[in-house]
Design a protein around this ligand. Structure first.
Ligand code: SDX
Length: 435
């Protein structure tokens, strides 16, 4: 009997099957041969929310949830956060290796010269209500770029794909900054090509009437590190959305908009905004025990805690905590940090959280830094979407180049009626659910 196989006996038919095991998986399609007769469709797997299903092969990001390990193309996240810049990491995620000095210079030059938005896009954004949520503005505007670059539909041309990838990486901060300026009622600030990626983002956010914006280098580096930490995270909800929508061969702008829409949910990228609301609700360190008691009684979740993969401390949260201290040296300490640290201290000692392996995740501390920098909570998920655009595009490109991939179309377990006779209008009874 070959070693890497799984032997299954179907007790309904006493038939035995040997399925190959590869990379710790069996192929779901290998189960379809397990039938009770020629009419039987064959076995499927049932896995709501894909708790135990690998949807693809990938070499972009590796996570070991039990050991709290996160690596981009084999490089530990802590090392990249210390030694790299975000655009250097973007190059690594997209092309698979760290760029040489010359390659990085060209790459930064390319991105820098694609930061402008078409004036019609600016006018499109001016049409949003004064109080439009910046994340909804970002999702809509990224989708609208599909109308500006119709040639992006040709996703089979690698050069065209790369051109759109550069445009998206370059323009997402411009869209984010314009959304912010719209939400505070300030005129939009155009990109400044003399500045780095993070500095230019700060310029478009915070330049007022001064002739030239000068970024605080500590805050610029903190943003760059935060962008590195948020760049990719293997098959999370929004990456899955990117791969699923991209598998229909939609253009990269509409596909990225779908991924950003997934990120906006409070259980995913929207959690950083919810963490600040939670800290505001708690109000002080003294109120933490009562709040934790409420969570343990099943009233809500501790936002910024827990993770589908990490059953240990999220390695990104550690780097964010270190970065927070650097930011506070410039901005002054955010008092919310004390509440967050007390929440973490108590939760990490409490059996309810220990038993469920709930640790702070990437969203727990990031909002505290953003707030100290002057961002309102509505902007926090937008700040997540900027760097994650690189990860989505890397996952999208890998999916398109994977010969095994085709349009995503899961099956279902049918729980509805068998065939029914049509009921004439006069003989129908009101549907309780519709009331
Ligand atoms: C991100 O997937 C990624 O990689 C995502 C991300 C990325 O970079 O792309 O890392 C970014 O989305 C981070 C997560 C941000 N979300 C939050 O902080 C929201 C709060 N966290 C939870 O909603 C939850 O932990 C999830 C959504 C993150 C994970 O949910 P799972 O894996 O489906 O876990 P679960 O809901 O099945 O929870 C298992 C148990 C349950 O208790 P029991 O039913 O067994 O009694 O743990 C409990 C849950 O109720 N639980 C929590 C909790 N998270 C899980 N209880 C209190 N507070 C929490 N935060």
């Amino acid at each position: 009997m070959a070693q890497d196989t799984l032997t299954i006996t179907d007790n309904r038919t006493k038939q035995t099957y040997n399925l190959p095991i590869e990379h710790g998986t069996i192929r779901a399609m290998d189960l379809r041969q397990i039938k009770t007769g020629p009419e039987d469709f064959g076995l499927m797997t049932y896995d709501p929310a894909f708790m135990n299903t690998a949807s693809c092969r990938s070499s972009i990001t590796f996570i070991d949830g039990d050991r709290g390990i996160l690596r981009y193309r084999g490089y530990p996240i802590e090392v990249l956060a210390e030694h790299s810049t975000f655009l250097e990491v973007a190059y690594l995620l997209l092309f698979g290796d760290l760029p040489t000095e010359h390659e990085l210079k060209d790459w930064v030059g390319e991105i820098t010269h694609h930061t402008m938005l078409h004036e019609t896009t600016k006018k499109f954004m001016e049409g949003f209500r004064y109080n439009a949520h910046p994340m909804a503005m970002l999702v809509s505007t990224v989708a609208a770029l599909s109308t500006v670059y119709p040639e992006a539909k040709d996703i089979h041309d690698p050069a065209n794909r790369l051109h759109q990838i550069k445009r998206l990486i370059a323009k997402i901060p411009s869209i984010a900054a314009f959304a912010y300026r719209h939400s505070v009622g300030f005129p939009y600030v155009y990109p400044d090509n003399d500045l780095s990626y993070a500095e230019n983002f700060m310029n478009m956010l915070w330049k007022m009437v001064e002739p030239k914006y000068v970024a605080n280098p500590v805050l610029a580096r903190a943003l760059d590190i935060l962008f590195i930490l948020h760049a990719d995270h293997e098959q999370n909800c929004s990456a899955n959305a990117m791969r699923c929508v991209g598998s229909s061969h939609a253009d990269p702008y509409l596909t990225t908009a779908a991924a950003a829409a997934a990120l906006s949910g409070p259980l995913h990228g929207g959690a950083n905004e919810e963490v600040l609301k939670m800290l505001d609700e708690i109000g002080s360190k003294e109120n933490v025990p009562a709040y934790i008691k409420k969570i343990k009684e099943g009233h809500g979740k501790l936002m910024g805690f827990g993770h589908r993969v990490y059953k240990n401390y999220d390695p990104r949260a550690k780097v964010i905590k270190w970065t927070a201290e650097r930011v506070f040296e410039v901005t002054g300490r955010n008092p919310k940090l004390d509440i967050a640290l007390e929440l973490e201290r108590i939760a990490l000692e409490d059996d309810y959280f220990i038993k469920r392996k709930l640790y702070p995740n990437v969203d727990f501390y990031s909002g505290i830094i953003y707030q100290a920098m002057g961002f309102r909570p509505e902007m926090f998920t937008v700040l997540f979407a900027i760097p994650r655009t690189v990860g989505w595009l890397a996952q999208w490109q890998e999916m398109l180049n994977d010969q095994e991939q085709k349009i995503a179309r899961p099956r279902q377990v049918w729980t509805g009626y068998e065939v029914r006779q049509f009921v004439p209008m006069g003989k129908r009874s009101p549907i309780a659910a519709a009331r």
